[in-house]
Design a binder for this molecule. Structure first.
Ligand code: HSE
Length: 434
């Protein structure tokens, strides 16, 4: 086969990330072609909406509503899927693969939920599937795990991988702002998912964590096994108590090799204020990767938005294009050689913050601490706020390392005490034992 002298790209989806990608491909075409040694040409953009002005000028006829103009065009080498969601994105990707095209996507929901099937199809067909933009926007974290740290056994991957949730928690912390107003602002800025519950309930982070864990530990994509808890129950009161205890609250995604298995969990987490990750604010993301040889490494940047995510999309295009032109095409990587088990949330160990609503009356604290003690939970500190004799006041307890199974049993027993006015609320705490 004669060597190719340039690469043609078709983009499906001209929304936020589509617009960023198209802008970069057109505005940075010169620098891209100098770096690669050949041109990468945007040939077609597909979207149902042909009218909206996206602030980018396309040559006449480049924008079309017909997806076949990309999927069935033999001159298009790389198909970029940016419509999001499961259907019809999955069908478009599978059709592109069947037609021998390489695929680049930012679709974390699709990859996390159906990725095993899609990667198997790509591998059978011998085409590549670029997924850099699916996790942490502009941060090249996929390349880090796959290439930069390829020499390591990965011990843990964890971080802040949802910009919207981080933006909301930051504003709530800095301004004492209401959850719902901050969410509206994040949506207006184009950070939030089409369904913002994905952001605030931790689903988007869980999708991304499933992808990271797959690459880091060689396990099949296991989204359904990720323990997932969002930020909707976090109150300004918890943020204030956390501050008094020297912590910040962040939505953390954690994949950790422990006890012969892997922990996969997304939940609000209290982190010591002086740790670097506690200073990651607003829409920014940060991911730690710990390898046996390299130790702990940290990657920081914009995790959402048109241009940062477009940057990751174009990086994948460039990578695949190099492979095609060099004639050194690699098939899509396989997931799932490892038989590591995903551990149940009940089996993990952590430190915990509890908030109880307990009657302000002698002996209440000893009842609560008695139950914690009987369940092998050791108390590190206690705060009681206010004085309303005979009424309910918030009581906060910080524990040493404890097993989640014991914590859950203790919470049930404490909730059934007559002196407790409301259900107990707990947040897992990361950091070193004080
Ligand atoms: N909704 C996502 C976020 C967009 O807020 O991080 C990037 O995946």
């Amino acid at each position: 086969m004669p060597k190719k002298k340039g690469i043609n790209v078709g983009v499906i989806g001209f929304g936020t990330v589509g617009t960023g990608t198209v802008k970069i491909l057109r505005e940075n075409a010169g620098i891209l072609s100098r770096r690669l040694g050949f041109p990468v040409t945007l040939k077609r953009v597909v979207d149902k909406d042909l009218k909206t002005n996206r602030g980018v000028k396309l040559p006449k006829g480049m924008l079309t509503s017909k997806v076949d103009a990309v999927l069935e065009d033999p001159e298009i080498d790389i198909v970029v899927e940016l419509i999001g969601g499961i259907r019809p994105a999955k069908d478009f990707i599978l059709r592109a693969i069947k037609n021998g095209k390489h695929v680049v996507t930012a679709n974390k929901a699709l990859l996390a939920e159906k990725g095993n099937e899609i990667f198997a199809a790509a591998q059978r067909q011998g085409v590549r599937l670029g997924l850099e933009a699916s996790v942490a926007g502009g941060i090249p974290i996929i390349k880090v795990i796959r290439e930069g740290l390829v020499a390591n056994w990965i011990l843990s991957v964890y971080g802040i991988i949802n910009g919207t949730a981080n933006y909301i928690l930051t504003k709530m912390t800095d301004e004492g702002a209401e959850f719902s107003n901050v969410l509206k602002e994040a949506q207006r800025l184009g950070y939030a998912e089409a369904d913002p519950t994905f952001d605030v309930e931790g689903v988007d982070s869980a999708h991304k964590l499933a992808i990271l864990a797959s690459l880091a530990f060689g396990i099949p994509l296991s989204y359904e096994k990720v323990y997932c808890e969002g930020i909707t129950k976090i109150t300004p009161m918890d943020i204030e108590f956390a501050g008094e205890l020297g912590y910040k609250i962040k939505l953390l995604a954690i994949a950790k090799a422990t006890g012969g298995g892997v922990e996969l969990r997304v939940h609000p987490t209290m982190l010591p204020v002086d740790r670097l990750i506690s200073k990651v604010d607003g829409v920014f993301n940060a991911v730690y990767v710990e390898g046996d040889a390299v130790g702990e490494t940290l990657y920081y940047g914009r995790g959402a938005g048109d241009m940062p995510t477009g940057s990751a999309i174009v990086a994948d295009i460039a990578d695949i294009a190099r492979g095609i032109v060099a004639g050194a095409d690699r098939p899509a990587p396989a997931f799932g050689e490892s038989s590591l088990k995903i551990r149940k949330i009940e089996d993990i160990s952590s430190m915990y913050y509890f908030r109880f609503s307990a009657l302000d009356r002698p002996g209440v604290l000893s009842k609560i601490s008695g139950i914690l003690g009987k369940n092998n939970i050791s108390i590190a500190s206690v705060i009681q706020k206010g004085r309303r004799v005979g009424e309910a006041v918030p009581l906060v307890v910080l524990t040493h390392m404890a097993r989640e199974r014991d914590i859950r049993r203790a919470v049930k027993q404490i909730d059934s005490l007559p002196v407790v006015a409301d259900r107990a609320f707990f947040i897992r705490v990361e950091g070193t034992e004080g």
